[in-house]
Write a protein that binds this ligand. Structure first.
Ligand code: SAH
Ligand code: SF4
Ligand code: F3S
Length: 486
């Protein structure tokens, strides 16, 4: 799952400062109390905050954009790297300072850090009132209520069934054009470096009828793009037998069939040709040719695949327990190119300096990048996480300076490749979907092409949510610049 703020994530972590979170917006629907949520980590966490806002709204809370006005502050946290947890702890200290002046304020820690640390968080952060893990958000209103009466509460129960399928999320940071839909929760792949299986629990797929309904409702409200989210979307699988709980929103003509990811993509693509479909994250071991052919078949399924490699060396991949090797990965990339063509966007996640990685093995990562020619990547240095397989089995033996240097080399390589990939687009005519005004200038739109690249164009007589045909005339390593084609 890619993290939301790309520009920040590609920086070495020590340089990350401020604003790597999103907050709630101001709502005035006449509720008596105010909720402020700050969300960290991956897109799934941001999506969860929308579910939390929906649950709290039913229980008398409007969201607010300023924490000073809030009766309840939630931090929806991430544990993926140590730095992510440090950021949250610093923020908690600031909120605790506010609480010492306003004792009626309730502070809650949600998400992956809540799940990882459980009761320990209440001991360590004395002014936190509630600690709630990702599968227990339905319990938030009652935990908040008892916190208001002075009783602290923890619920970090991990479920095998919860998918929040019936909850209609309150869109928090949306541009009104693109929205994210969680299609599954948890992860069953025990990648040795990764804390997610411990913080998010077992993998489970959400009822496809509820996913389709959510996408249809978004389209009716004017949204033009949905991104289907899961830690490993290719293992999406839903069958009426396995999910014998009462099915939601079942249409009269619904077929009793097993729905895999390829089927689901097709269902969503058929809603309307003007609804773009994206998805993240694809796992190299699970992405099938069938999925690739479905992507090819529908113009509105975007030609872009986030296919994290993590490393370009087979021995390191084995230690990482990724269950594929370099050759397998390259074969999958070759298939993508064969079926979806050279213009299909491919991006990756890379980890520098995993346990025992040699210089030569690091160079294998650089050479893999060279061969695949990723359009962009999210790049990190390895951060040992307590409780993971790697923390138990391997020594975190690459010193920080070396990790940082290897990361810098990976970033430099990616920048070079991104620029070359973008230069290939110059002169081409592409379709973009307008997402909003460019940060650079009020006179320009920011849109995205099918391959997920940001394209800046002059505004002309168009509006947010319009599709435009543009000719690419210039680029940097991060952005394409276009002219509107009449
Ligand atoms: N499900 C996704 C990844 C989710 S976590 C997948 O399998 O690709 C997002 C990214 O964070 C991972 O792809 C990995 O590159 C990075 N990451 C995870 N654990 C890490 C750790 N301990 N140290 C550094 N980076 C890590
Ligand atoms: Fe973590 Fe691996 Fe699951 Fe991704 S697939 S969330 S890296 S365990
Ligand atoms: Fe996402 Fe961070 Fe949890 S990346 S799943 S919020 S550990």
């Amino acid at each position: 799952m890619q993290n939301i703020i790309k520009d920040i994530d590609i920086l070495p972590e020590q340089e990350v400062q401020g604003c790597e979170f999103t907050t709630t917006k101001e709502e005035q629907t006449g509720k008596s109390k105010k909720l402020y949520i700050e969300s960290y980590g991956c897109q799934m966490n941001f999506s969860d905050s929308e579910i939390v806002a929906s649950i709290m709204k039913k229980n008398g809370f409007d969201t607010t954009a300023s924490f000073e006005k809030a009766d309840v502050i939630f931090l929806n946290t991430c544990s993926i790297r140590e730095k992510a947890e440090q950021t949250v702890r610093k923020r908690l200290q600031q909120f605790n300072h506010i609480k010492s002046q306003n004792p009626s304020l309730t502070i809650g820690v949600l998400g992956c850090m809540a799940e990882r640390l459980k009761e320990k968080l209440l001991e360590e952060e004395k002014l936190v009132d509630v600690v709630v893990g990702p599968d227990a958000y339905r319990d938030l209103p009652s935990l908040v209520m008892s916190a208001e009466e002075g009783n602290k509460g923890v619920n970090t129960f991990l479920s095998r069934e919860e998918t929040y399928a019936d909850i209609s999320p309150v869109r928090l940071n949306s541009n009104g054009v693109s929205a994210f839909i969680s299609i599954m929760r948890g992860c069953d792949n025990m990648c040795s470096f990764c804390v997610v299986p411990f913080t998010r629990g077992r993998e489970r797929s959400r009822d496809p009828y509820s996913i389709k309904q959510e996408a249809e409702e978004l389209f009716e409200k004017g949204y033009r793009e949905v991104t289907l989210l899961g830690q490993n979307v290719d293992s999406y699988k839903w069958s009426p037998q396995e999910n014998n709980k009462a099915r939601l929103n079942k249409k009269e003509d619904a077929v009793e069939q097993i729905v895999n990811f390829s089927n689901l993509l097709e269902w969503i693509a058929k809603i309307d040709p003007k609804l773009r479909v994206r998805f993240s994250t694809s796992h190299p071991k699970d992405i099938t040719d069938d999925v690739l052919y479905t992507i090819k078949k529908y113009d509105n399924i975007c030609k872009y695949i986030h296919l994290p490699a993590q490393s370009g060396n087979s021995r390191v991949l084995k230690l990482m327990n990724r269950t594929y090797d370099r050759e397998w990965y390259l074969e999958r990339v070759q298939k993508i190119r064969e079926i979806l063509g050279e213009d299909c966007g491919i991006s990756s996640d890379m980890i520098a300096g995993f346990c025992s990685e040699t210089e030569e093995e690091h160079r294998d990562t650089l050479s893999l990048m060279e061969i695949v020619k990723y359009d962009f990547s999210y790049m990190f240095y390895y951060s040992e996480r307590p409780g993971t397989l790697a923390a138990k089995k391997y020594k975190d033996d690459i010193n920080l300076e070396v990790k940082k240097r290897r990361l810098q080399e990976i970033i430099a390589k990616q920048n070079q490749i991104s620029l070359a990939r973008n230069q290939r687009d110059i002169g081409k005519v592409q379709e973009i979907l307008i997402e909003g005004t460019s940060k650079r200038s009020l006179e320009e739109w920011k849109g995205r092409n099918s391959a997920n690249k940001v394209v800046i164009v002059p505004k002309g007589d168009y509006k947010k949510g319009d599709y435009l045909k543009v000719k690419i005339v210039d680029c940097s390593s991060a952005t394409l610049f276009g002219e509107i084609v009449a």
